[in-house]
Design a protein around this ligand. Structure first.
Ligand code: HGY
Ligand code: MN
Ligand code: MN
Length: 428
């Protein structure tokens, strides 16, 4: 079979490292706290919208065609959808939103590397069997609106998993902020991709852990991605005067929440029912020093690479919460739940990533991802793989999250070469 023209004559395209690093630094200034240096761009916040505008502007000035779907996902193609032959996409990307006071690379690096690959392919006139497309998924972290993987869930058709009217931690509706980002809550169905519109999904991401740095490897070929269950638990008691309300008979929601937090830790740390369990957010009402709290909402994050262990850990926790409710006289309810089962990545795609590493002489290893990613969800509908680059000190979700610039460029080069290999063959 003759090679598509693009692969017959042209010199091998390469990423423009300077351009990539410039964009990483420019984007890293959006939502940055002047004191801590941390970045806060919660999904659908004003800072998130600023980052979206940056990506759209960079895409347009590169002569590319960005567009926003009903879920607020931004996709970037070499030409507008519908112009030119319809081809399955080699989708590459990650997310622009961050946790509170996080780093500049988590998500953003993968989006900008994907933009770089689409731009290089457009500049090189590459026209393979599949179309390279970059994506910035909306609200991956779920930091403000606790529906993590929101944009990728819509793309993958997991609409039934999403609440009809998503609310943020304070009970404010998503509808308005989604519209401000260019989305439309009533049209999410138009943002679902069919499996045959995709050839593969590749996500480049900082490792966010210590494995690559300790092993002195520069590329991680992710073999599995942890499953993740996120619960919002509401504890309701009775408010009262801290000075005049006797201890017996109190229905102190915050005291009950303290026991619930320790129960969550106990499940992973002592009982080892799942790999990790975390309570990361607490919303207390009325949150006043001399008033007994009447309502507390807390988030529970359970993870494991084995689905049945996550289910067991959740069942034990629910039982513990029922018992705690009886013992404290409070009402304890799980008011929201998102679940993403653990996935294995595509063996074929892993092979193409390894080939790219060998071509580049980049020492690599396979490893699981303890962090959740949009790839966890997109794997529902297409062969999916992840490429990691080392995190300095193995840390992330903190202001000093960092990766050696040489590794940032190398990771993007591996992404480009892998995407070109997929563009030549179907990744099944
Ligand atoms: O929480 C995670 O694993 C990812 O950062 N969303
Ligand atoms: Mn993250
Ligand atoms: Mn991430």
């Amino acid at each position: 079979m003759s090679q598509p023209v693009a692969h017959r004559r042209r010199a091998r395209p390469a990423v423009d490292g300077e351009r990539l690093l410039r964009r990483v630094e420019e984007l890293g200034n959006i939502g940055r706290d002047a004191v801590t240096g941390g970045i806060t761009r919660e999904g659908f916040s004003r800072a998130d919208r600023e980052a979206r505008t940056y990506l759209m502007e960079q895409s347009r000035s590169a002569g590319l065609a960005p567009s926003v779907d009903a879920a607020g996902n931004i996709t970037v193609r070499s030409r507008p959808l519908g112009t030119g032959p319809a081809r399955p996409a080699v989708l590459m990307g990650s997310h622009l939103d961050t946790v509170v006071n996080g780093g500049r690379l988590d998500g953003a690096y993968g989006v900008l590397a994907a933009l770089e690959v689409v731009q290089v392919c457009a500049e090189s006139g590459i026209d393979g069997e599949f179309e390279p497309v970059a994506v910035a998924f909306s609200n991956e972290e779920g930091a403000l609106f606790p529906q993590p993987f929101f944009g990728s869930s819509v793309l993958a058709g997991r609409l039934a998993d999403l609440p009809r009217e998503p609310l943020d931690h304070e009970g404010r509706p998503l509808r308005g902020p989604l519209a401000l980002a260019g989305g439309d809550l009533d049209a999410l169905g138009t943002a679902v991709w069919s499996a045959d519109s995709l050839a593969a999904y590749l996500e480049l991401h900082v490792e966010q852990g210590p494995v690559l740095e300790r092993a002195e490897n520069r590329i991680g070929v992710v073999d599995g991605i942890t499953g993740r269950t996120v619960l919002t638990v509401e504890i309701s008691g009775s408010a009262g005067h801290a000075g005049t309300t006797p201890m017996p008979g109190r229905r102190d929601a915050l005291a009950a929440a303290a026991r619930a937090i320790l129960a969550v830790e106990h499940i992973a740390k002592t009982l080892r029912l799942c790999r990790v369990a975390t309570v990361g957010r607490l919303d207390i009402h009325p949150n006043s020093p001399n008033t007994i709290a009447d309502t507390v909402r807390l988030t529970v994050d359970l993870r494991d690479t084995v689905a049945v262990r996550m289910e067991e850990a959740e069942a034990v926790l629910r039982h513990d919460l029922e018992d705690l409710s009886r013992r404290t006289g409070t009402v304890i309810e799980v008011v929201a739940r998102t679940y993403s089962g653990p996935v294995s990545t595509s063996a074929n795609l892993r092979g193409l990533i390894e080939e790219s590493c060998l071509e580049l002489g980049a020492p690599y290893q396979s490893l699981p991802s303890g962090a959740g990613h949009d790839a966890l969800v997109v794997a529902d509908i297409t062969p999916t793989a992840m490429i990691f680059v080392p995190s300095v000190g193995g840390v992330s979700h903190v202001p000093h999250e960092d990766t050696d610039p040489v590794d940032l460029i190398l990771g993007a080069e591996v992404l480009l070469r892998t995407a070109l290999k997929v563009a030549r063959i179907r990744a099944h």
